[in-house]
Design a protein around this ligand. Structure first.
Ligand code: FE2
Length: 264
């Protein structure tokens, strides 16, 4: 059996604070073979840059995934070229910087492929995530991976669940990100793929999906643009743990993780 830990969207400095406070105890408790975190909002709540990425590298995270906000900080363009374990969604058009797939070998020698995809419902229309997954799974199987994890960064639960069903039996796990709200639908699908619509957020529990309340409420009241500044106050770490058979790549269980403080 092998185990992976997935950490939901890390939101700015409060997100990094949540990891610092809770990740050590989670690593000690679960001893995962692979740790993956979505870091598209890890720099000040929008994008990723060198300094927060370096800080996150110190937390024993093996692979960093992202999504639509990866482009918000210009430093990401060069980081995507120089950091092999920093991914952007693979279904962007050809010629876009970086890559959306990587293979990580665990300390025990298990090769695990990670695919980062982005949805198209209520989001910018990019290439088809379903067909992109088909192509990348074939390539990964040729490179001899034992398991494949998909981070599906998408808004609509319908699109996420459809991809989970579509890939059931072909990948080890489909974990959703982007909404910042952890869902209660984690289960292993009939073909052996662990599925969770959204892992939730590592970040502030106050605010609106991690952003200062007054900014977001103001946006709904007056429709003006706003800065997505992380909320202050208590923080929590959210994600999930997946156990799988490294010989078959089939999942055995999925469990959500939620550690930290509510906003009261
Ligand atoms: Fe996102």
């Amino acid at each position: 059996m092998a185990r992976l830990l997935f950490l939901g969207d890390v939101m700015g400095r409060p997100g990094r604070r949540a990891l610092k406070a809770h990740l050590p105890e989670i690593l000690a408790e679960f001893s995962p073979d692979l740790v993956v975190a979505n870091v598209e909002n890890a720099a000040g709540g929008a994008g990723i840059s060198a300094r927060p990425l370096n800080e996150l590298k110190g937390f024993a995270i093996d692979v960093f995934t992202s999504g639509n906000h990866i482009w918000d900080n210009r430093e990401a363009y060069s980081l995507l070229e120089t950091e092999p374990y920093l991914l952007r969604p693979t279904n962007y058009p050809p010629g876009v910087p970086g890559r959306g797939v990587v293979v990580h070998a665990t300390a025990g020698g298990v090769k695990i492929g990670v695919i980062n995809l982005q949805g198209r419902v209520f989001m910018r229309e990019i290439d088809c995530p379903f067909r992109a997954a088909d192509r990348k799974i074939e390539t990964l199987k040729d490179s001899g991976v034992s398991a494949i994890l998909v981070d599906f960064h998408a808004e609509a639960t319908s699109e996420k669940e459809a991809l989970g069903r579509y890939l059931d039996g072909r990948v080890t796990a489909v974990i959703g990100t982007h909404t910042h709200v952890q869902t209660a639908d984690g289960r292993v699908l009939p073909g052996g793929t662990a599925y969770l619509s959204d892992a939730g957020m590592c970040g502030p529990t106050g605010g609106v999906i991690g952003v200062k309340t007054e900014s977001v409420v103001g946006r709904f009241l007056n429709a003006l643009p706003f800065r997505a500044e992380p909320a202050e106050g208590p923080v929590a770490l959210r994600g999930c743990v997946v156990d799988f058979d490294e010989k078959t790549g089939r999942s055995l269980s999925i469990e959500t993780v939620d550690r930290g403080d509510a906003d009261g």
